[in-house]
Write a protein of this length. Structure first.
Length: 140
């Protein structure tokens, strides 16, 4: 099992809102893909998942901490309130006929990337299979 999977197994994980960098041919991809990814992560049984709706606020707070606009005590307490250790952040784009989905596992306290992975495919009917591959890769 990878270090990331070990950390994830002991962590409360949330999935951040998805970033679609250009049209991949799927309406509402920024909402659909994270929902599918949460389902695939849950299938692994390797992590405790948090509702993703809270995560934009958590990330905003962490970004403020990184920019020095809030003190460390406030940021640490904020992390305790939401009880998150890790965040999965994803993005998708299409170049030519190839759809690329990139995923990063981020330590919420340090904002360091613990793991990163990418899948590429040409047909949207492979989306769920590729998200399963990302989820199981993340979970070890």
């Amino acid at each position: 099992m990878s270090v990331a999977a070990e950390e994830m197994g002991a962590s409360r994980v949330g999935v951040k809102e998805f970033e679609v960098k250009n049209n991949i041919g799927l309406d509402n991809a920024e909402e659909i893909i994270p929902e599918l990814l949460v389902s695939k992560l849950k299938e692994t049984g390797k992590c405790e998942l948090s509702e993703r709706v809270l995560l934009d606020t958590v990330i905003e707070e962490q970004e403020l901490q990184m920019s020095g606009q809030t003190d460390e005590e406030t940021a640490a307490k904020f992390g305790e309130i939401y009880n998150l250790d890790m965040v999965v952040s994803d993005s998708a784009m299409q170049v030519g006929s190839t759809i690329t989905i990139s995923r990063r596992l981020i330590d919420i306290e340090t904002m360091q990337i613990v793991e990163a992975a990418t899948v590429r495919f040409e047909h949207l009917d492979l989306l769920e299979e590729k998200l399963r591959k990302l989820a199981y890769g993340l979970a070890g």
